[in-house]
Design a protein around this ligand. Structure first.
Ligand code: AMP
Ligand code: MG
Length: 503
């Protein structure tokens, strides 16, 4: 197929960090999803994407003329234990594309067959989990949260064996880059410091070009990643997103959410929530995510140490550790500030009022505690506050078993809002409108995602998937057509909900 304007800076500059590898042919490809919006961002028309041949192109049967598929090497701490060799076991980077805005984006397959990094795996992916990645990624994107996105999903016509026989699929993923904490770990633990240094240069050129001439480039990169991840995880927390597998191979340097496996949005507010079937200890429970992110960043700092410390010189090692520690210490203030910024927007506090930060944080924390105590839906609990801002508290109170406790909190909140109005000239109507842009009405609810995937995989019916996708692309929209997507699961649907690894 024709060339797509793909470039190969990674394969060219980091030959030691990837291996050439062709995709496996698909027996009977069928296009399930093509992301017109993302294609446009990438400067492609649907015709560019293959037109009638799109299914053959986006499963790897007819690669773009300028694709150069490579599998990338990486390591990673998985649930705390170190695996020195993971790598793209079922993924291939086809190349990079400069998008309309001049951003370099990776175009990569997932589920395209075995690679030298496949270990015992089959290199494949199933239709259900790949459509799930589409839904959650597009939901995150619509919510304004940095994320990789899906460009296409093709059913391969092959059978994938998991617990049962499943239809196979290839997903095309678009990412700011696929550099992971685990990418640097791979070379640090092998003692290949030359490639490690090249990777740092590559990461800086790609994500932090302003740091190119910085005297302490390595720490500067560490600080930039700390900043991006602290901000990202705060956004996850504010929207109730649970990643589920925050291993260091699933944490990007770009600050994009990556690898939608057993992830989910929380329904009833409970900080202990774990959905992932493989997270037996709750390591990546909702409330543990900031700590897990910081733990991963400490592993990144360790991986970078060989570039800044001379292992035979104790003073140099001590100084390097101190510098790295200072960088890691920036995580919590950045996280807390971003978390509070989001909460203040959700509370409808429009003004900057640093002197009220502590009170506002307590106000938000008390709201969360109330929702937890009364098992309120996290999304609706916040969303319906926008109505309460203009005196319509009943729809919100209907979600509380003990409305009196909620009423007391609402009065306290309204007093705080009135102070904002008096001193800053804001108004309840403006507040309510802005709150509707801060607290989504529609998230990817687990029961709806499951219904859409069952219809697609078991009945070949893509309509529920397409309709849900459309709703997820309008998270702030109050119109009636999306009302069914705003409803929490019935208790029996929500009970014991588990998500399975995206394999
Ligand atoms: P994940 O849990 O999806 O982040 O994957 C962890 C590691 O397992 C990565 O190195 C993946 O490439 C690899 N992996 C996951 N599924 C498969 C599969 N079906 N075949 C080969 N490798 C896989
Ligand atoms: Mg992964």
């Amino acid at each position: 197929m024709h060339a797509l304007g793909l470039e190969h800076s990674y394969a060219r500059e980091l030959p030691a960090a990837c291996v050439d590898c062709p995709p496996e042919p698909a027996p009977a490809p069928r296009l399930l999803f093509l992301n017109a919006d993302l294609a446009h961002e990438l400067g492609w028309s649907l015709e560019n994407l293959g037109g009638a041949d799109a299914a053959a192109v986006w499963c790897g049967n007819r690669l773009p003329a300028d694709a150069r598929p490579v599998a990338q090497a990486y390591a990673g701490h998985q649930f705390g234990g170190y695996s020195p060799q993971l790598g793209d076991g079922r993924a291939l980077l086809l190349g990079e594309r400069l998008d309309r805005y001049g951003r370099r984006r990776d175009i990569a397959f997932k589920g395209s067959g075995r690679t030298p990094f496949s270990r015992g795996g089959d290199g494949k992916a199933a239709v259900g989990p790949m459509l799930r990645e589409v839904l959650i990624g597009e939901a995150m994107h619509a919510l304004g949260i940095p994320t990789t996105r899906a460009l296409a999903v093709v059913a391969t016509g092959a059978t994938v064996w998991r617990d049962t026989a499943l239809p196979g699929a290839v997903l095309t993923r678009v990412a700011a880059s696929h550099l992971r904490v685990g990418t640097l770990q791979y070379f640090a633990t092998r003692g290949d410091f030359d490639t490690l240094r090249l990777l740092v240069d590559f990461a800086i050129a790609r994500h932090d070009p302003q740091l190119r001439e910085a005297p302490d480039r390595v720490y500067a990169l560490l600080r930039a990643v700390v900043q991006r991840q602290a901000s990202l995880v705060a956004q996850w927390m504010n929207v109730g997103f649970i990643h589920g597998v925050m291993n260091t191979d699933n944490m990007t340097l770009s600050g994009e959410t990556i690898d939608y496996g057993p992830c989910a949005f929380m329904e009833t507010y409970d900080p202990g929530t774990v959905y992932s079937s493989i997270d037996h200890q709750g390591r990546y429970a909702y409330a543990n995510q900031p700590a897990a992110a910081l733990w991963n960043l400490a592993r990144l700092a360790e991986a970078l140490l060989p570039l800044v410390a001379d292992a035979s010189d104790e003073t140099s090692v001590r100084e390097a550790v101190e510098q790295a520690t200072r960088a890691l210490d920036e995580f919590h203030p950045i996280y807390a500030a971003e978390r509070l910024r989001g909460q203040r927007r959700r509370l409808g506090l429009l003004s900057d009022a640093p002197s009220e930060d502590a009170d506002d944080a307590a106000l938000a924390a008390d709201w969360l505690a109330l929702m937890q105590a009364q098992a309120v839906d996290h999304t609706l609990g916040w969303r319906l506050l926008a109505d309460a801002a203009v005196g319509r508290s009943q729809p919100l109170l209907a979600h509380f078993r003990e409305p009196r406790d909620a009423l007391a909190w609402i009065e306290r909140w309204q007093a705080r809002c009135a102070r904002d109005d008096a001193t800053r000239g804001t108004s309840p109507a403006a507040r309510s409108a802005s709150m509707r842009q801060a607290s989504p009405r529609i998230i990817a609810r687990n029961h709806l995602v499951e219904l859409a995937l069952v219809a697609a995989t078991e009945h070949g019916d893509l309509q529920p998937f397409e309709r849900l996708l459309e709703a997820l692309r309008h998270p702030w929209d109050d119109s009636d057509e999306y009302a069914p997507y705003a409803q929490p699961a019935a208790p029996e649907q929500a009970a014991g909900y588990r998500t399975y690894c995206g394999t």
